[in-house]
Design a protein. Structure first.
Length: 153
């Protein structure tokens, strides 16, 4: 079964991606920038993926929507960036959400860079500090690997 995206926003330009990178203060991994140029968000078919922590059994997740670079209010990556800043690890950015509002994150700095993780609101701390990276669930070692894994649950 091949991967397809429904209800994507129109592909964006390299300049729009660069504008977003300037706002967040980091250059995105090339694989993820290529996604914006080809799809720019949308709902994947098939949507299922696996996530797990070391030593735990894998769990199944569902991507409801990939976030997009666009000016609308829904599934807007900049809006999510601002909403979750200080709640998720600083070395990550939200790239998608599941049906319940939990997030799929992409590492953008340091040892997390390029890797994909799953974050649930249950991981939020009581003291208002961001979730520690080691608390995240591992999904894939790269964005392309994540896309290839969709539906292979």
């Amino acid at each position: 079964m091949s991967l397809e995206f429904v209800d994507s926003e129109p592909p964006v330009t390299k300049e729009r991606i660069a504008d977003f990178e300037r706002i967040i203060g980091v250059e995105l991994p090339e694989q993820y920038k290529r996604f914006f140029l080809e799809h720019n968000g949308g709902s994947p078919r098939p949507p299922e993926f696996l996530f797990q922590r070391e030593g735990e059994d894998p769990q199944e997740g569902i991507v409801a929507w990939f976030l997009a670079i666009h000016d609308g209010p829904h599934e807007n990556i900049l809006r999510f960036f601002k909403m979750f800043q200080g709640r998720i690890p600083a070395d990550t950015v939200s790239i998608a959400r599941d049906p319940g509002g939990d997030l799929i994150l992409l590492g953008i700095r340091g040892p997390l860079r390029g890797k994909v993780f799953f974050w649930t609101s249950e991981l939020e701390t009581d003291d208002g500090t961001p979730t520690e990276p080691e608390m995240l669930y591992h999904v894939a070692d790269s964005f392309d690997e994540f896309l290839k894994s969709l539906g292979k649950v």
